[in-house]
Design a protein around this ligand. Structure first.
Ligand code: ZN
Ligand code: ZN
Ligand code: FE
Length: 756
C-alpha cells in the first residue's frame, strides 16, 4: 500500500534541498522538496517502510552545515507523483517571519558540558546555533539577542569571539553564554531564601532528590516538580501536596538505556522519545518496573522522556536514576514560569526550588504523544512543536483568529496557507488560566503581526473563549459547532481536497449541539462547506449534569434506567444506597437537572462503572483510560449487538448484553474488549453505510475518545481492511487541543462571507 509522507518544519543551512533530492532518488521515492523563508515542505510517496527509513535518514544524514530545528510529519494518502523535484519557493506567499520552537540540547553541547577541560563543563545554559531555547525567550522579532531574555547578559570576550566567527558552532547563536557571562542557577528553600548557587546548587539538588525531597526546577517553558520516581513515599507526598490528584505524571530518564529497563518500546516509540522535539511519550510499563506505583496509579502506561536541556542532563547524569518531572502547577492552573509565582504558588508543594536568572517569557508545557497504528498521535502539542505551522491544502482569504475550546485550550492563527497553533493553554476554568489565555492571544497577534478579520469561537454559550470572543470581536465573530470543528481539524491536517466529502466520527465527552443538547457520539457527513449529522447515539440523561461527569456511576444508572425502565431490579447494579437511587431515578423520571446527551465519552464512563471498574473519577477521562487498558488484556473477538435506525444508534441492547455478561460472571477484560469491539464495528458499519449514500470512502476519526489507542488502532485497520480510507490525527491532538485548528479552517469558508 502506497502512502505519502508529508514533512514540514524549519531547516537552515547549506545543501539541504540537494541532499533531500539525492536521498529520495536513492530510495526510489517520488515527490518534491520546497524550502523557503517560511520553512521546508517535503512530500514523498512509497511504502510505509521506505518512508519510515527516509524520515530517519533525513535527520541522521543531513549535511554537516545544515540544521533541523523542527520536523513534524504525517502519513497521508498518496497522490501519484511521477518524479522527484526541487520546487521553486512560492514567492507570492506572505513572507512569514519564522520563530523557532525551543530545541533540545544537541550532542555537541552535551559533549561540552560533560568534558572536564571544556570551559562549559557542567554549565546548564550551554547552547549553540543548533540548539537551545527560542520560543520561550523571544520577546519580539527580529530574533536578536536584544529582543530576548538574554539581553541583560553581556557576552564575555570569548563568547563574543564565537558569536562573530563564521566557522564557529556559536556564530550568531543569540542566547550564547558561558559560566563567565551567562545566567546561573540558585537553590532556595520554600520560603525563598537563597541557600547556594551554581555548581554547588546542582550538587545539592541531586542529594536532596536522593533523600526523597520534592524540588521545583525551572526549565525552558516553566517549572517542573521533580522527585525520585522510584520512591513511593516521595511520589505519594507530591500527590498529597498537589490536592491528591491522580493524573499520571511524566518520568524523565537519564538516557535511553534506562528507559528500556522500565518500559516496553517499539521502534516508533523509541524514535519519538529520541526525536529532536523530545516529547513525553506514553508507553507500557514493564511488569518488573521499579517506577513507583503512584506515578500512574491503576494504569499500566507511563509518560517517559529524555532530558532536553543541559540543566536536566547535568542533574540526571549525577543522579543516575529516573525522576518524576511534572508541570509545576496546582490542579488546572497554568504552569508556573517565574520566581515570584514559584515562591508563592509552589511553597506548599516543593521542599526546595532550583531557579535561574534567565527569564521565561512565554509558558510552554512539555508535549505529549503516543504511538498508535504506527503513527505519532499528539496528546498535547506544545514545547518543541510550537510555533511550527500546520500547512493547509489551500490559502486563507483573510487572517483568522481561532479561539479554541474550553478544555485543553489552544488558540490558532490562520495566515496565508498556514495555521499557527499556540502552545497548550489548558482548561479555562481558573482566573489564572483566563489571564494566560488572553496573554497568549495578544502575544500571537503581536508576534505574527496580524489583525484578524474573522474570529472563530465554539457555539457553546458558556465557554469562556466564546464569551471572550463576543466581547472582544463582536460582529467579526463567527461560531462553529464543536464536533464539526474536530472533523475539520482532522480533514485539513490530512490534506483532504477542497471538494471532498468525508464521514466524520467525532467522539468525545462534551460539545454543544445546535439543538442545545450535549453532543459527543456524532457521525457527520462533512465537507469544508458544512456538515450534516448522519448518525448519533441514542440520547440518555446525565442526572446532576456535571456531577455525572465526575461520577460515572450516575451515567451507569441512567443507562440502566433507559434500558430496563425506572423500577427494574438491574438498577441495583451500581453502588447507590436505596435512598440515593430513588432520588436519582426520580430526577431522571421528572427530568430535573438531567440534561440529555449523545456523548460517547459518557458511554465509556458508564460502562466502566457498570462493570465495577470505577464509579468516581478524579481527572478527565480516567474511567475510559482504565477501561481501555482492560480491553488490551483480552483476545475476545465478539461484539455486542446494536441497532441503527433513522439516524439513531441504539446502545440499549449493548447495555442489556453487558448486564447479561456481568450476571454470567464474565471477566471484566472480556466485557471491556467486547464493548470496544462493538464501537469499532459501529464505526466500520456506519462508514460503509454512508459510503453507499455519499460515495466517500474517507473516515475521519477525531475527538478525545480517539486518544484511546485500542479504539483508534482497531478502527484504523478495520476500516482499511474494508477498503475505506481512515484519516487520523498526527499533527494536532484529537482532543479539544485540536479544536482551534478546525475553527481556523472554518473561518475561511465561503458561507461566512458576511457584511462586517
Ligand atoms: Zn548545541
Ligand atoms: Zn561568556
Ligand atoms: Fe471535543
Amino acid at each position: 500500500m502506497r502512502l505519502r509522507l508529508q514533512i514540514t518544519g524549519l531547516v537552515q543551512g547549506v545543501g539541504f534541498r540537494p541532499f533531500v533530492y539525492r536521498l529520495a532518488e536513492e530510495s526510489g521515492l517520488n515527490g518534491y522538496v520546497l524550502n523557503d523563508t517560511s520553512g521546508v515542505l517535503i512530500e514523498v510517496e512509497g511504502n510505509k517502510d521506505s518512508l519510515d527509513s527516509f524520515l530517519q535518514r533525513i535527520v541522521r544524514e543531513r549535511p554537516a552545515l545544515s540544521q533541523i530545528y523542527s520536523l513534524q510529519h504525517a502519513y497521508l494518502e498518496d497522490t501519484g507523483f511521477n518524479n522527484f523535484e526541487i520546487r521553486d519557493s512560492d514567492e507570492q506567499g506572505v513572507k512569514q517571519a519564522y520563530i523557532l520552537p525551543d530545541i533540545a540540547v544537541c550532542h555537541d553541547c552535551i559533549d561540552d558540558i560533560t568534558t572536564p577541560r571544556n570551559r562549559r563543563f557542567i554549565y546548564p545554559f550551554t547552547n549553540c546555533t543548533n540548539c537551545g531555547p527560542r520560543f520561550t525567550i523571544i520577546n519580539s522579532l527580529p530574533y536578536d539577542r536584544r529582543n530576548t531574555s538574554m539581553r541583560d547578559f553581556h557576552m564575555c570576550a570569548e563568547c563574543e569571539k564565537e558569536f562573530n566567527l563564521a566557522s564557529d558552532r556559536r556564530f550568531h547563536a543569540q542566547p550564547n553564554a558561558c559560566p563567565a557571562c551567562g545566567p546561573w542557577t540558585g537553590l532556595h528553600d520554600r520560603s525563598g531564601s537563597l541557600i547556594c548557587e551554581k555548581e554547588e546548587a546542582l550538587e545539592k539538588v541531586v542529594n536532596l532528590i536522593r533523600k526523597g525531597n520534592i524540588i521545583a526546577i525551572k526549565g525552558i517553558g516553566g517549572y517542573h516538580l521533580v522527585c525520585d520516581a522510584a520512591s513511593e513515599e516521595a511520589v505519594v507526598m507530591l500527590r498529597e501536596r498537589k490536592n491528591r490528584e491522580e493524573k499520571p505524571m511524566a518520568v524523565m530518564f537519564p538516557d535511553m538505556i534506562s528507559v528500556k529497563e522500565e518500559v516496553h518500546l517499539n521502534s516508533f516509540e523509541e524514535r519519538a522519545i529520541d526525536s529532536i522535539e523530545k516529547p513525553v511519550v506514553i508507553v507500557r510499563k514493564k511488569d518488573n518496573s521499579t517506577i513507583a506505583h503512584s506515578v500512574s496509579p491503576e494504569n499500566n502506561t507511563v509518560g517517559v522522556f529524555l532530558p532536553y536541556t543541559p540543566l536536566h542532563h547535568i542533574i540526571l547524569r549525577k543522579l543516575k536514576k529516573p525522576v518524576v518531572a511534572t508541570s509545576a502547577n496546582i490542579t488546572d492552573e497554568p504552569i508556573v514560569k517565574d520566581e515570584k509565582d514559584a515562591f508563592t504558588r509552589l511553597s506548599g508543594i516543593a521542599d526546595y526550588l532550583l531557579t535561574h536568572n534567565r527569564d521565561i517569557l512565554r509558558r510552554c508545557d512539555d508535549s505529549v504523544v503516543r504511538i498508535a497504528a504506527e503513527r505519532q498521535v499528539p496528546v498535547r502539542r506544545s514545547r518543541g512543536f510550537v510555533p511550527t505551522p500546520v500547512i493547509m491544502p489551500f490559502k486563507f482569504k483573510r487572517p483568522v483568529l481561532a479561539l479554541g475550546a474550553n478544555m485543553n485550550n489552544t488558540i490558532a492563527l490562520g495566515i496565508d496557507n498556514r495555521v499557527f497553533v499556540s502552545q497548550h493553554i489548558g482548561d479555562l476554568d481558573t482566573p489564572l488560566a483566563a489571564e494566560f489565555y488572553e496573554e497568549t492571544i495578544d502575544d500571537f497577534l503581536r508576534l505574527f503581526d496580524i489583525v484578524p478579520e474573522v474570529a472563530v469561537a465554539d457555539m457553546h454559550p458558556g465557554y469562556f473563549s466564546t464569551k471572550f470572543g463576543e466581547k472582544q470581536y463582536g460582529r467579526r465573530l463567527v461560531k462553529v459547532q464543536h464536533h464539526y470543528a474536530h472533523i475539520l481539524s482532522c480533514m485539513v491536517e490530512n490534506d483532504i481536497p477542497e471538494d471532498a466529502v468525508v464521514t466524520g466520527f467525532a467522539f468525545d465527552g462534551t460539545g454543544y449541539g445546535p439543538d442545545r443538547t450535549i453532543w459527543g457520539g456524532e457521525i457527520l457527513t462533512a465537507s469544508y462547506k458544512g456538515f450534516e449529522r448522519a448518525f448519533h447515539l441514542r440520547p440518555f440523561k446525565l442526572p446532576g449534569g456535571d456531577r455525572a461527569v465526575s461520577e460515572p456511576r450516575r451515567t451507569a444508572l441512567s443507562l440502566l434506567y433507559e434500558t430496563f425502565g425506572d423500577s427494574a431490579e438491574q438498577l441495583a447494579l451500581v453502588p447507590f444506597s436505596p435512598e440515593e437511587r430513588s432520588f436519582l431515578t426520580n430526577m431522571l423520571h421528572r427530568n430535573i437537572n438531567s440534561p440529555a446527551t449523545t456523548s460517547m465519552g459518557r458511554l465509556f464512563d458508564g460502562v466502566a462503572s457498570l462493570i465495577g471498574l470505577r464509579h468516581r473519577v478524579s481527572y478527565h477521562a480516567q474511567a475510559a483510560v482504565e477501561l481501555e487498558q482492560l480491553a488490551f488484556r483480552s483476545d475476545e473477538i465478539s461484539a455486542y449487538p446494536f441497532t441503527v435506525e433513522n439516524g439513531v444508534i441504539d446502545q440499549r441492547s449493548v447495555i442489556e448484553m453487558i448486564v447479561h455478561d456481568i450476571r454470567a460472571a464474565a471477566p471484566k477484560e472480556v466485557i471491556s474488549r467486547k464493548f470496544h469491539n462493538t464501537i469499532v464495528k459501529l464505526i466500520i458499519q456506519t462508514a460503509e453505510l454512508l459510503k453507499e449514500k455519499t460515495g466517500t470512502s474517507y473516515a475521519a476519526l477525531s475527538g478525545g475518545v480517539f486518544q484511546n489507542s485500542f479504539l483508534l488502532e482497531n478502527s484504523f485497520y478495520g476500516l482499511r481492511e474494508r477498503g475505506l480510507t481512515p484519516v487520523i490525527h498526527q499533527l494536532v491532538p484529537p482532543n479539544d487541543g485540536g479544536i482551534s485548528l478546525g475553527q481556523a479552517v472554518y473561518g475561511n469558508s465561503e458561507n461566512i462571507s458576511r457584511e462586517y
